[in-house]
Write a protein that binds this ligand. Structure first.
Ligand code: FES
Length: 158
């Protein structure tokens, strides 16, 4: 009697296990399909603008905190940018991603230029590449002063 109950249990639970395995196989197949299809669709139909990218002017800093001959890196949308107050008193802003391999450049006060720490790429204060392996100048952004606040607008070329 007990053996009969055991075989009844096996036969009654077999379709349940099979259904679970079929469900897991189906979910795995859908996951594998999405893992292939999503990157292909993202490549074929890229987003027009990355999320979080600046659409207008961004407050990059306060003039009172950046004396002539200084600079600071700040986020402009999803990308780093650098605001420079030149020793001559001009304000400039550039994309801070080095045009070689995208390391973030910084203002090097003693050299009076923008320096990339990765491979010693060098840019003058107009953004022009003047040393190291960087192949192109840094894209320049637009700077607007409103009182003590320094705003930067992303250039369309970035
Ligand atoms: S990443 Fe800037 S010089 Fe190589």
């Amino acid at each position: 009697m007990a053996g009969l109950e055991g075989s009844q249990l096996e036969t009654s639970s077999a379709p349940g296990r099979r259904a679970v395995l079929d469900w897991l196989l189906g979910v795995s197949a859908i996951g594998a399909l999405l893992a292939v299809v999503y990157p292909v669709l993202h490549f074929v139909f890229p987003p027009l603008r990355p999320k979080g990218r600046a659409k207008g002017a961004v407050l990059a800093g306060r003039a009172s905190e950046l004396p002539p001959g200084s600079g600071r890196v700040f986020p402009l949308g999803t990308q780093p940018a650098i605001l420079v107050h030149t020793p001559d008193g001009e304000w400039r802003a550039f994309a801070a991603r080095c045009t070689h391999l995208s390391c973030t450049v910084r203002y090097q006060q003693d050299l009076g230029m923008l320096l990339c720490p990765c491979h010693d790429g060098r840019f003058d204060l107009t953004g022009k590449n003047v040393g190291g392996p960087a192949p192109r100048p840094l894209p320049q952004h637009t700077v607007v002063l409103k009182g003590d606040e320094v705003y930067v607008t992303e250039s369309e070329a970035v």
